[in-house]
Design a protein around this ligand. Sequence first.
Ligand code: ADP
Ligand code: NA
Length: 295
Amino acid sequence: MADNQCTCTVRGSIMQHIVRPGETLSSHAHESRVGGKGANQAVAIARAGGQTRFFGSIGRDGVWIRDKVAGYGIDVGGLIVVEEPTGRAIIQVDEKGENSIILFPGANFSELHEERFTKHGEGWFPETTHLLLQNEIPLRSTLYALQNAKNATLDWLIVNESEAQELYQAAAGSRAKPLSSMTTKELLFHLSAEPAFEGTNVVCTLGAEGVLAFDAPSALYQPAAKLVHGVRDTTGAGDSGLMEFGPRAHVGREITEDGVARILKTCVHAAGMCVEKRGTIDSIPSRAEVEERML
Ligand code: ADP
Ligand code: NA
């Protein structure tokens, strides 16, 4: 599929990141940046050459964030201003580049968003070929987006290991097998066998270990990219590595194993380039930069 035929709609979170590199108690520096999984993924898709529209909510304090996202060529017509303050994430980044995050959902949990777009009637996603959801907005809003997307089926589920564990426990309930006795591969096997994920391709990111794509009964492993500059900030690595999924991984199961392997390889290189730099959206490489790194 040519990139110019792809229109990705991202319905998700957008927030202000307050980043504190250094020690927990006395940090070396403090910076504010644009973030939120929704905004990160929208930028990643735009950087990969896909057409992107973003649906979300900000407060009046977030107009600079909207301008910044629009600067990446993203259509922000679906980004509305609500009474609540813009969402915030306070992120601590240690010397090894690992992070811990405190989230304040703010405007991302505003009820107003669906109300406003429901009033406009049908055609919430008229030309959308891909819908990206990240679960940083109310579940009700996620379901609304799925119901309003044409042919809504969940083709790709992209999670990290702890998200895979949480989802498996939520889906299996009392049937859930103990997590402590499972390898990641077994966890993904059980997760994709859950009725809720029938026909869904599960991709699990493994941090410095790379990524595992699961399509029963086989699993495809792609090791992480060799870093050129070392780890600086892993925040949003998963979102950044997603950049190839929007424009390329299009109809779920019809994609060949070779195709998936190629996409995963590009993804780990994009994610690797993101962890080498501070920040999140500012460190997402363009498609050309990733291709050059892979030569
Ligand atoms: P998330 O950021 O969503 O929690 P992960 O931490 O699993 O996701 O990282 C996503 C991807 O980023 C990994 O699949 C890997 O390709 C890359 N990555 C993350 N940490 C490192 C690292 N320390 N070295 C190299 N690549 C990394
Ligand atoms: Na980064």
